[in-house]
Design a protein around this ligand. Structure first.
Ligand code: ATP
Length: 296
């Protein structure tokens, strides 16, 4: 939160030995607070960030490297305007899909977004699974750490539980129109290692989309089934890698990281009590951590 020096504080300074013209810059300026919500894909980071932003005056900066791009909203699992519940989101669906948005771009845009959020006296919440972006922002930029006081919430879900959820999520994405979305975006022979084309779902559907107009029904059904299987597998692999990276960051930098176990919520999903467990085991403890971080 932006700190405003009170006039009483300014009056005290000369008594403490300051001489000459004193500008605001010469006063000790407490660090600006920034909250990070980290976790592997599918763990509920976006929801937690939004829930917290409805409790504390806050705005969210997306740190998922595929969700920064315009397009492929289903494939990249972007939050919908309804899910945002009026909470402003930055760096979500704004970058040209052909551009290779790198850690350096993320740093620049995030700095700017943080400054503007703090200028509105709100808490910046950086939420997303791309740990290399967060690492670059926090560790490769000494100025960032010297100017900001960071709190890290890590939403954790046991991997077997997460894997079954992620597979079901892919099925729901397919029902929601994932294949048509990739078909519209598909350019035969395009480089799938650039920009938004790196998103899981694009290269996996390549063979099916190439064969779609020529192959017989049986071959098409087989290719589609294989593609969906590969999307599930690659998303599970992504979740494992993201989790490993969080462990590495935790060990390497000894960040003030708070692990919140959300496994129980996933085990009871679809049941009446899931909502209550979310509030008791995830949102409640997270809100307490944030409150201490902001006001202690
Ligand atoms: P790396 O250095 O391996 O890219 P990272 O921490 O920078 O890791 P991750 O978020 O782990 O970034 O993303 C790694 C890869 O996973 C992306 O390049 C992309 O292929 C895929 N990916 C990440 N997020 C999404 C998403 N929302 N939708 C689809 N694919 C994604």
């Amino acid at each position: 939160m932006k700190v405003v020096l009170s006039s009483a504080c300014k009056q005290v300074q000369p008594l403490l030995g300051f001489q000459g013209g004193i500008t605001d810059d010469q006063f000790y300026r407490p660090k600006d607070k920034v909250l990070f919500v980290m976790g592997a894909t599918g763990t509920g980071k976006s929801r937690l960030a939004i829930d917290l932003a409805t409790h504390f005056p806050a705005e969210i900066i997306n740190s998922d490297k595929m969700q920064v791009y315009k397009g492929l909203d289903i494939v990249t699992n972007k939050v919908t305007p309804r899910e945002c519940r009026g909470v402003p989101h930055h760096l979500l669906g704004v970058v040209d899909p052909e551009y290779d948005f790198a850690a350096n771009d993320f740093r620049q845009h995030t700095w700017r977004a943080i400054e503007s959020i703090l200028g509105r006296d709100r808490l910046p919440i950086i939420a997303g699974g791309s740990n290399s972006f967060i690492d670059a922002l926090v560790n490769d930029d000494p100025e960032f750490r010297s100017r900001h006081d960071c709190c890290f919430l890590w939403v954790d879900v046991s991997l077997p539980v997460l894997h079954s959820f992620v597979s079901e999520r892919v099925d729901r994405m397919v029902e929601a129109g994932l294949v048509a979305e990739v078909r519209d975006f598909y350019v035969p022979g395009a480089n799938n290692m650039r920009g938004l084309r790196r998103a899981i779902g694009v290269s996996e559907l390549d063979e099916y989309l190439r064969a779609e107009s020529t192959a017989d029904e049986q071959t098409k059904a087989r290719l589609l089934e294989e593609a969906i299987g590969n999307i599930k597998e690659n998303t599970c692999t992504l979740a494992c890698r993201q989790l490993q990276k969080i462990h590495r960051l935790h060990e390497k930098w000894n960040w003030n990281m708070h692990q919140i176990d959300a496994s129980e919520v996933f085990l009871r999903r679809g049941k009446e009590e899931a909502e209550e467990i979310w509030e008791r085991q995830v949102l409640g403890p997270s809100a307490m951590i944030v409150e201490r971080f902001l006001f202690d």
